[in-house]
Design a protein. Structure first.
Length: 103
């Protein structure tokens, strides 16, 4: 899926993380897809990504078993709750469109 999204649509958040909005039939935006280089993967699969669902009434009704992120601001993007890659341990927040790593 990550390779299907054209490169020019991704926002570079710094520290090797990029993100792009996704939409559903109700929410615009409904969340983001993030991607980063993950050292836990082989060279052929070096990019890993994840989906961040925004906390909306639609998401609460349809994704009850999923973690939902509070949107503090859409432009620039700031979300509450950290994002963590379970493969490589990349961990941080998106604030003002930028990745703020947790060391």
């Amino acid at each position: 899926m990550l390779r299907l999204i054209p490169d020019h649509l991704w926002t570079d958040a710094g520290h090797g993380l990029q993100w792009v909005f996704f939409h559903n039939e109700v929410d615009s935006p409904a969340g983001i897809v993030e991607r980063h280089n993950c050292p836990a993967l082989s060279a052929e699969e070096a990019v890993r990504g994840g989906m961040v669902l925004f906390d909306t009434p639609y998401a609460r009704g349809h994704y009850q078993q999923s973690t939902l992120w509070e949107v503090l601001s859409v432009e620039p993007l700031s979300i509450n709750e950290s994002i963590m890659c379970l493969g490589c341990g990349l961990h941080g927040f998106i604030t003002n469109n930028m990745w703020e790593p947790i060391e």
